[in-house]
Design a protein around this ligand. Structure first.
Ligand code: GLC
Ligand code: CA
Length: 546
């Protein structure tokens, strides 16, 4: 049992959600003005991506002051107002805590650069080895993970952009600083926290070259990570909050530890293995069609093993780092409506807590940018160069970005069919998706059959049926390759979920007798007593209580 099994979380990418003052950038007041919509959708928590003071090299994941709001996004009183207005609607606010690194513009890092020993020890500085980088580790955004500082004759570690310096968690002062930040925001009424790449915080004492990979095996789920997370959560008094850790390249065993309530670490974990099934040879920058067989086997393992170990998954397809699911795993043209609903069903009926990323609930698609000048994301811009250095043509590099860039998930929320899709009165910081005349919130609310109403129903079903929130899960294996199906059960209740991931009719090997079952949600008009085949992208959820 998990305390958040009936909850649904909605993720807001602040910069792209709603602009209130016409500067083209989403802000806190914009969110407050949209609470009515979110409350009708029925979500319980809003996770806001970072809006703290930042040079915004990585759109706020490079924090220079954890205690203040970046003026671009609003003021402290805007944030206080949002928290209290949301609370009136029974919506809890979750903040995004980027604790693996700070911006190099943070006061601590500036003092470190000035040679103050105390602050140098906040970060990971190392002397050159043979006049070169201390290790051969590669940054997640491309290039070396080390940056040389001539005045100190030392390198500092940055697993992400050069402007994001990794903190030294082995230093107890760093750990105290992080707890202080949590206490401060909890005191303001924040109800939950998402911890950015939190399984990377503990680096080994001795840093060594990686001759097999990019270095991640040394610092992923690192030596003292569980101890540090326990200390962070329990000493700061946020144990009653909803907490979720973003776990990069993690393992099931570690996620069980992170999220089993007996361990007193986090409420749940994000893992990403299911979102790498279209990476050719594990490389995000090599295109491949999604391998549905692999996707199913990853879900099977993560669902059943996490259940065995009493761990808890955060369930999701989309976030600000991922392309849009309907473009990636569905069909965003002919079957956009149906495949978006199918994908939602596949996730929302599983064991775990579902997350919806802004725009997913109206079936927003990839950006389809055609020129490098349209991209904003630091990772995309870095990799555009790297891909061409590695021999790709400009066209090939653009094609790859059009499918893999994080900007696909970062285009602005489509509110209506008017100027800039109702996002801003000014010039938006990133191009508005061209399909906004069709795809927007206003249209979705008017149509009772819309994707948005379907999400609303899924959220409500989780609250109504104990079997969805707390039942056991078992993945069905005797179904065709493109069909993902599973059973849920609790006491005398039983539920079966079928989802077709293909644009073709899929025939079942053995017909399934559904007599005695009730259809509780579906994305087609069909209903069956004996199920022999599934229509393209069909989703069906059957329930019985004998
Ligand atoms: C996480 C965030 C991503 C960010 C990175 C570095 O993966 O989701 O947006 O770039 O951490 O903070
Ligand atoms: Ca603004």
């Amino acid at each position: 049992m998990n305390r958040f099994s009936k909850s649904t979380v909605y993720q807001i990418y602040v910069k792209s959600f709603k602009d209130s003052n016409g500067d083209g950038i989403g802000d806190i007041k914009g969110i407050t003005s949209s609470l009515g919509y979110l409350s009708k959708l029925g979500v319980d928590y809003l996770w806001l991506t970072p809006f703290f003071c930042s040079p915004l090299n990585d759109n706020g994941y490079d924090i220079s002051d954890y205690y203040n709001v970046d003026p671009v996004f609003g003021t402290m009183s805007d944030v206080e107002e949002l928290i209290s207005e949301a609370e009136k609607l029974n919506i809890g606010i979750m903040f995004d805590m980027v604790f693996n690194h700070t911006s190099t513009s943070h006061e601590w890092f500036k003092r470190a650069l000035a040679g103050e020993k105390e602050y140098m020890d906040y970060y990971i500085f190392r002397s050159p080895v043979n006049n070169s980088e201390p290790t051969n580790w590669v940054s997640k955004f491309g290039g070396s993970a080390w940056e040389y500082v001539p005045t100190l004759n030392k390198y500092y570690l940055h697993l992400f952009d050069v402007s994001q310096a990794d903190l030294n968690w082995d230093n107890p002062k760093v750990r105290e600083e992080m707890k202080k930040i949590l206490r401060f925001w909890k005191g303001k009424g924040v109800k939950g926290f998402r911890f950015d790449v939190v399984n990377l915080i503990s680096k080994p004492e001795k840093l060594e070259n990686d001759f097999e990979g990019d270095g991640r095996r040394f610092y992923t789920d690192g030596p003292r990570v569980h101890e540090y997370i326990k200390e962070l959560v329990n000493d700061s008094g946020i144990g009653d909050c909803i907490t979720v850790g973003e776990m990069s390249s993690t393992s099931i065993d570690n996620c069980i530890k992170y999220s089993n309530p007996d361990e007193h670490e986090l409420s749940m974990t994000f893992s990403f293995h299911h979102l790498k099934v279209d990476y050719k040879d594990g490389n995000k920058w090599e295109l491949m069609k999604p391998d549905i067989q692999k996707l199913k086997s990853i879900f099977a393992q993560w669902q059943e093993k996490m259940q065995e170990g009493n761990g808890w998954n955060a369930l999701f397809w989309c976030n600000h780092d991922q392309p849009r699911a309907v473009s990636r795993f569905g069909d965003d043209k002919k079957y956009r409506d149906r495949s978006a609903k199918m994908l939602a069903t596949a996730i929302h009926m599983l064991r775990g807590t579902p997350y919806i990323f802004q725009g997913e609930e109206i079936g927003m698609t990839n950006a389809y940018f055609t020129d490098i000048a349209m991209y904003r994301d630091v990772e995309s811009l870095n990799y555009y160069k790297i891909l061409m250095e590695n021999g790709k043509s400009k066209e090939e590099a653009l094609k790859i970005l059009s499918e893999r860039s994080r900007d696909n998930g970062r285009t602005v929320m489509l509110w209506n069919d008017r100027k800039n899709a109702g996002f801003t009165e000014g010039t938006p910081w990133i191009d508005v998706n061209k399909n906004y005349k069709d795809i927007n919130v206003e249209n979705s609310l008017e149509d009772n059959n819309s994707i948005c109403h379907y999400y609303k129903k899924l959220i409500a079903l989780r609250k109504k049926y104990r079997i969805i929130s707390d039942g056991r899960v078992k993945i069905k294996i005797d179904v065709p390759e493109n069909v993902f199906a599973y059973e849920r059960s609790i006491d005398s209740e039983k539920m079966i979920v079928f989802t077709n991931f293909s644009d073709k009719t899929e025939k079942l090997q053995t017909p399934i007798d559904l007599n005695g079952y009730e259809l509780i949600i579906s994305n087609t008009d069909a209903s069956y007593n004996i199920l022999t085949e599934l229509e393209p992208y069909e989703a069906l959820v059957y329930y019985k209580n004998k």
